[in-house]
Structure formats: structure tokens, C-alpha cells
Design a protein around this ligand. Structure first.
Ligand code: FES
Length: 115
């Protein structure tokens, strides 16, 4: 059972139908909120391992429906990170486990320790 001991941000820091990037200990994450889901992923495209956004916090496509990689236009489902279009179709973004405690998105600090 993971211990969620590091506060990433307040849940209200991320608008609905949007996403926000974070960098901690050299690791890039982003939180996406769409409909009633909130997810946290590593900010690394499974195609080439590069960050997804082309400008700060721009992780979604024009309709704010899919997560989009700005390099080659791969589209990912926000709910499970599955790539449904593009060069890495069928692959997934790496999800990071979290828990919401007192409106804070809490992660396990072990994910911040690079191997
Ligand atoms: S690096 Fe993301 S689609 Fe190519």
C-alpha cells in the first residue's frame, strides 16, 4: 500500500477540462482534469520520450478532449493514457498513483527518487 506523503498541489489549481505541468526533482509530471476524472502522468511521450506540451500547460488538443503530443500529434485518452492516434498508437502514458487528501493531490515521494 503506497504511502502518499508529498503534496503536489491543491486540486483547484487545475481548471476543469485542462491540465497543468509540474517539475519536481527533475521529473516532469502533469495533472489532467476532464469530465469528472483527475489523472496524473509522467510528462513523457511514449514515442520518443520527450515532453508533450509545446507551451506551458498546453497538454490538451484544440477541443480539450484528448491529451496531445505536440511533436507528432499523438492523441491520448485522459482517463487511461492510452494512445489512440499517432506513431505510438496502442502505447500508454505512464500513470502516477496519487490520492486526494484535504483537497491536496498527494504522491508517494519514492517516485521523486530517480534511479
Ligand atoms: S514524440 Fe510524441 S508523437 Fe512523436
Amino acid at each position: 500500500m503506497p504511502h502518499y506523503n508529498h503534496a503536489l498541489c491543491h486540486i483547484d489549481e487545475i481548471e476543469h477540462e485542462s491540465a497543468k505541468g509540474f517539475e519536481l526533482n527533475g521529473i516532469n509530471f502533469f495533472v489532467v482534469k476532464r469530465d469528472n476524472i483527475t489523472r496524473l502522468y509522467l510528462n513523457s511521450c511514449p514515442h520518443l520520450g520527450v515532453p508533450l506540451e509545446h507551451e506551458e500547460d498546453k497538454f490538451l488538443d484544440g477541443d480539450n478532449f484528448y491529451i496531445m503530443c505536440s511533436s507528432h500529434g499523438a492523441l491520448f485518452q485522459p482517463e487511461d493514457g492510452l494512445c489512440i492516434y499517432g506513431p505510438c498508437q496502442g502505447q500508454r502514458l505512464s500513470a502516477v498513483d496519487f490520492e486526494i487528501v484535504d483537497q491536496q493531490i498527494m504522491i508517494n515521494s519514492a517516485v521523486l527518487t530517480s534511479s
